[in-house]
Design a protein around this ligand. Structure first.
Ligand SMILES: Nc1ncnc2c1ncn2[C@@H]1O[C@H](COP(=O)(O)OP(=O)(O)OP(=O)(O)O)[C@@H](O)[C@H]1O
Ligand SMILES: [Mg+2]
Length: 251
């Protein structure tokens, strides 16, 4: 029987190989459901086609639990040896970039382009100044289009961007991009997602501390600044400041 294939083009062989290395590392170190990688071509990857729909607000608790478990699993199996801001080795000579350097470069570019103010840059740089001993996990761009909901559960696609990140950072990406796509999310739903995430983390290890609501909102603010140029594209219709929950509503 012919399998349905999803082919993804890349701008260079290096970009295709990097995404393949990310896919292999996630398969080795996390229980995340991913499409099988069927073939690697110089500028194209062929994946198993997944029949599913993009994640929605109603999927937040399920996806949050899956992310928490995956983040803890990666921490236990590999990233407990990583340092948040130092590149971490991956298969085939690739590395997972550190957290702060790439983001600082993007923020500087947005600042130069007039997309973020002096004050916003200063606040963001403060948020990037994390404790070097903070437990480290990964970020894989958890926007709703990169999570396909299937009868078997959430399947994650798009391994192009993978970096080191603090716990909770990837969940914040999902919360921000869902709200930017669909409008305000009830605070109780954000709190429930954070609880499900922390429970997912705790199911694998008790080492990394719980992510607090205020830390989640700090991560969300960084995502808002980094994502600002994409407002109006990719389904992002609402600016985060218009749809974010008030800190006092997250208990
Ligand atoms: N293996 C797959 N099977 C079925 N559909 C897929 C698969 N991989 C990706 N898709 C669909 O194609 C869309 C685009 O793929 P992908 O996310 O890899 O590219 P992208 O350039 O990052 O696009 P976007 O910015 O929309 O996320 C995904 O949102 C998803 O709907
Ligand atoms: Mg994508």
């Amino acid at each position: 029987m012919n399998r349905k294939v999803f082919s993804k083009p890349y701008g260079s062989p290096g970009a295709a190989l990097r995404a393949a290395a990310h896919h292999a590392w996630l398969a080795e170190h996390t229980p995340l459901r991913q499409p099988e990688l069927l073939a690697v071509h110089p500028e194209r990857l062929d994946f198993e086609h997944i029949d599913g729909r993009h994640a929605g607000v109603e999927d937040l608790p399920t996806v949050a639990a899956v992310l928490g478990e995956a983040h803890a699993s990666a921490w236990c199996g590999d990233l407990c040896r990583a340092s948040l801001n130092a590149p971490h080795p991956l298969p085939w000579g690739h590395t997972l970039p550190g957290f702060a350097v790439l983001r600082r470069a993007v923020l500087d570019r947005h600042h130069r382009d007039g997309l973020i103010t002096d004050e916003e840059l200063e606040a963001a740089v403060d948020l990037l100044r994390t404790d070097p001993d903070e437990p480290t996990t990964f970020y894989k761009d958890s926007n709703p289009r990169n999570i396909l909901i299937t009868p078997a559960g959430p399947t994650i696609v798009d391994t192009d961007d993978l970096t080191l990140a603090p716990f909770g950072y990837d969940l914040a990406k999902l919360v921000v991009t869902l709200a930017m796509t669909h409008g305000p999310i009830p605070p109780a739903a954000v709190t429930a997602a954070l609880t499900a995430y922390n429970e997912g983390v705790a199911s694998r290890t008790d080492a990394p501390a719980e992510v607090t609501p205020s830390r989640l909102l700090d991560h969300a603010w960084l995502h808002h600044l980094l994502t600002r140029p994409y407002l109006g594209r990719g389904g992002y219709r609402y600016p985060w400041p218009q749809v974010r929950p008030a800190p006092e509503d997250l208990t």
